[in-house]
Design a protein around this ligand. Structure first.
Ligand code: CND
Ligand code: ZN
Ligand code: ZN
Length: 376
């Protein structure tokens, strides 16, 4: 392409610091170096994890930064030594890379990779830099992706080539929310047919957990949220009953225990609230319950845990990106979506032009949207 090897000037939503609105800026995107790929982002969803940075809940994040981690686009150019990906390919940037060589990548049970910035959040791609500048200032990258920009540069281990006919304004949700929720059920919890599940938090990720529980054959799927407006959508996704903890004045785990003969088989925390994590664990069955933490808690919050809860037979796990090995599994998830194995339209409540990104965050914070997809 005519732009290959050159700096591209384009628009991006820059986050200059916590509690400030994003501003659309003219930025410069340097060409990809060795093992890097420059992508024209076509569509991106807004996930709560982006908002956690805006609200200052994740105090390890470095600013200024370009957020966004649920995007899809088309390769503009590739750096040297990149194989298997060429200009014109449709791709999804990956929040967890897959180098294929490290101890995690070689372990079939893990979907982590030593090259990940998830959990260390150094704001860089592998070479310890980013390719963005704005007004002469270097701008950090967000978990190897940064999709709130017309162009981004990612490592070749952080991008998956997907089907040529994939609808990018839908499959962008496979970059985070859908895969994270769905995979936490089928990969991490390994929900069994006929089981009882409780899902705490009914945003885009929580509803994807419900979709997964239904596919896994759970017989009861109890959807829990403090915003009852989310219940109709939860039922559409496959919940069998919905409850609002605000309607009760007893500890919520007791309510669930009463409803489920001493606790659920699987509980999923999909909010990022450490008190709810404790409540989810307590609401799982004493002899055989499994709890999966999916929500990202503010970095200052800690969970307190009575070890007896585990000694008596419960299991506590966490799940990032749904346990999928990113480069291997994302293309398959996109094909499954195109073959109508699941319906991502259920999760997309709003579509906005990229310039209205702050409106998208407002909708999320007011609890009015599930996923807003921004088109660039
Ligand atoms: P979103 O904000 O859309 O949904 C959260 C839901 O939780 C909302 O419907 C709230 O009303 C509800 N809620 C809030 N507080 C409570 C409470 N005390 N009790 C019951 N319900 C409550 O968020 P999302 O679906 O985009 O993301 C959910 C979480 O998943 C969030 O913490 C995000 O950071 C995290 C996440 C994790 C990963 C991963 O790989 N593990 C990837 N992306 C996002
Ligand atoms: Zn996310
Ligand atoms: Zn690796």
């Amino acid at each position: 392409m005519a732009t290959a090897g050159k700096i591209i000037k384009c628009k991006a939503a820059v986050c200059w610091g916590p509690n400030k609105p994003l501003t659309i800026e003219d930025i410069e995107v340097a060409p990809p170096k060795e093992h890097e790929v420059r992508i024209k982002i076509v569509a991106t969803g807004i996930c709560r994890s982006d908002e956690h940075v805006l609200s200052g809940a994740l105090d390890y994040i470095k600013f200024p930064i370009i957020l966004g981690h649920e995007g899809a686009g088309i390769v503009e150019s590739v750096g040297s030594s990149v194989t298997g990906i060429k200009p014109g390919d449709k791709v999804i940037p990956l929040i967890i890379p897959q180098c294929g060589k490290c101890r995690c990548c070689l372990n079939p049970e893990s979907n982590f990779c030593y090259k990940t910035s998830f959990g260390k959040f150094d704001g860089a791609i592998t070479e310890n830099t980013s390719r963005f500048t704005c007004k002469g200032i270097g701008i950090h990258n967000f978990i190897g992706t940064s999709t709130f920009t017309e162009y981004t540069v990612v490592d070749d281990i952080s991008v998956a080539k997907i089907h040529d006919d994939a609808p990018l304004d839908k499959v962008c949700l496979i970059g985070c929310g859908f895969s994270t929720g769905y995979g936490s059920v089928v990969n991490t919890a390994k929900v069994k047919p006929g089981s009882t599940c409780a899902v705490f938090g009914l945003g885009g990720v929580g509803l994807s957990v419900i979709i997964g529980c239904k596919v896994a054959g759970a017989s009861r799927i109890i959807a829990v949220d403090i915003n009852s407006d989310k219940f109709a959508k939860a039922m559409e996704c496959g919940a069998t009953e919905c409850i609002n903890p605000k309607d009760y004045d007893r500890p919520f785990e007791k309510i669930l225990a009463d409803m489920t003969h001493d606790g659920v088989d699987y509980a999923f925390e999909v909010i990022g609230n450490t008190e709810v994590m404790e409540s989810a664990l307590s609401s799982s069955h004493f002899g055989c319950g499994t709890t999966v933490i999916v929500g990202v808690a503010p970095s200052s919050d800690k969970m307190s845990l009575d070890p007896l809860l585990l000694l008596t037979g419960r299991t506590l796990k966490g799940s990032s990106f749904g346990g999928w090995k990113s480069k291997d599994h994302v293309p398959q998830l996109v094909s499954d979506c195109m073959n109508k194995k699941f319906n991502l339209d259920l999760l997309i409540t709003h579509k906005l032009p990229f310039q209205k990104i702050n409106e998208g965050f407002r909708l999320l914070c007011k609890g009015e949207s599930i996923r807003t997809v921004l088109t660039l």
